[in-house]
Design a protein around this ligand. Structure first.
Ligand code: FES
Length: 359
């Protein structure tokens, strides 16, 4: 195969027909026969030739790092300063949680400033020479390894990491604050949420009326035939959610009402917690929290569609199948003086996944 002095084959081209490349000029070869890429002429940047411009760029980089650090500190302050119920109005988004809004905004801005500082530093202050790096086997020979160490040292010196203490210190400060908001957010995994999950709207009053989630009507015992099921929520939930702007209460307070013959009830979580065979259970699966309303009236089995946990509602909500580790919490119910179904207190235990109960 003919060798063209200025039409090199790539080092691993093997038997490729170089003639097929026609007259394309990829460059020339060096003394070891390696292909040399044609590089454009190098242009000096203003920071290469003007020390005052370099100093100005250095201050800009430092300010960007300082802005990043301020944003991360602000994110921590927002997490501590706003309660989870505080709302702010944001155009196009409506009412959103103030804590979430400022956390997201400040962490996003902080990351942007950190990235901008790194890019500005690299583009303005680090060496801007063009270079070609050839492919080679993964382990270099001793010369290459020594040369790599030498280059690393030279790179460290040329980057200015050691000679520019202002940039170095502000960068280290910003990097130190960068993980702080993420660590602070872990506080949400601590013991505090346990209390929030323990309380639902059912416990706000001694007798909270139950409304049908579909029709919005108050539920009376005669609305539910034996074998039937109603998805229900506490009266006043709509108002609470409108004020708080969240779906938190709905997630915790949703229940299902089922009716069976009292003689079919094997056990309950409290003596006489049903009303004439009507039982109220949380609608939130105790595995990982999917809402459930798949009910088989013949077996009294409540089946979660997510991972098939099955609860026996005639036997105190016991788990009979699937990954859920805890029975479905039951709500004690009765009727008020006007004959409407009401809750008689809150759930006796937190609803939803059982993670928080682990010691
Ligand atoms: S969420 Fe119900 S079984 Fe997993």
């Amino acid at each position: 195969m003919a060798e063209h002095s200025n039409l090199p084959a790539s080092p691993d081209a093997g038997g490729h027909d170089e003639a097929a490349h026609g007259a394309l000029d990829y460059g020339t070869r060096d003394e070891r026969g390696r292909f040399i890429l044609p590089l454009e002429e190098h242009h000096q940047r203003i920071t290469d030739v003007d020390p005052r411009a370099a100093k100005r760029a250095e201050r800009q980089v430092a300010w960007l790092f300082v802005a990043g650090a301020a944003c991360f500190a602000g994110a921590v302050a927002a997490f501590v300063g706003f309660s989870s119920h505080e709302l702010i109005h944001v155009p196009m988004l409506g009412n959103v949680s103030a804590s979430n809004f400022w956390l997201g905004t400040l962490i996003g801005l902080g990351s942007f400033f950190l990235g901008a500082a790194a890019i500005h530093w690299a583009r303005r202050l680090m060496p801007g020479d063009e270079a070609v790096d050839y492919r080679h086997s993964l382990r270099g020979d001793e010369d290459s390894r020594a040369s790599a160490i030498e280059q690393f040292k030279r790179g460290a010196a040329e980057s200015g990491f050691l000679s520019r203490p202002l940039v170095r210190r502000t960068m280290l400060g910003a990097m130190a604050l960068f993980p702080l908001p993420l660590v602070v957010l872990l506080a949400d995994l601590g013991p505090a949420p346990k209390e929030k999950l323990r309380h639902t709207m059912w416990g706000d009053k001694p007798a909270t009326r139950i409304i049908n989630q579909g029709s919005g009507e108050l539920v009376r015992p005669e609305h539910l035939a034996v074998g039937g099921l109603i998805n229900a929520i506490p009266e006043g939930l709509e108002k609470v959610e409108e004020e708080a702007g969240t779906q938190n209460e709905r997630a915790k307070s949703s229940i299902i009402l089922v009716r069976m013959n009292p003689s079919e009830i094997k056990a309950q979580q409290g003596q006489g917690w049903d009303y004439q065979g009507i039982l109220a259970y949380s609608k939130i699966c105790t595995h990982v929290g999917c809402p459930i309303s798949l009910y088989q009236q013949r077996t009294h089995a409540l089946l979660c569609p997510c991972h098939q946990s099955t609860f026996d509602l005639s036997d105190a909500g016991r788990v009979v199948f699937g990954p859920a580790a805890r029975h479905m919490p039951q709500l004690r119910i009765g009727v008020d003086s006007e004959g409407y179904l009401v809750s008689l207190g809150d759930f006796a235990e937190p609803v939803g996944p059982s993670f928080w109960e682990r010691g």
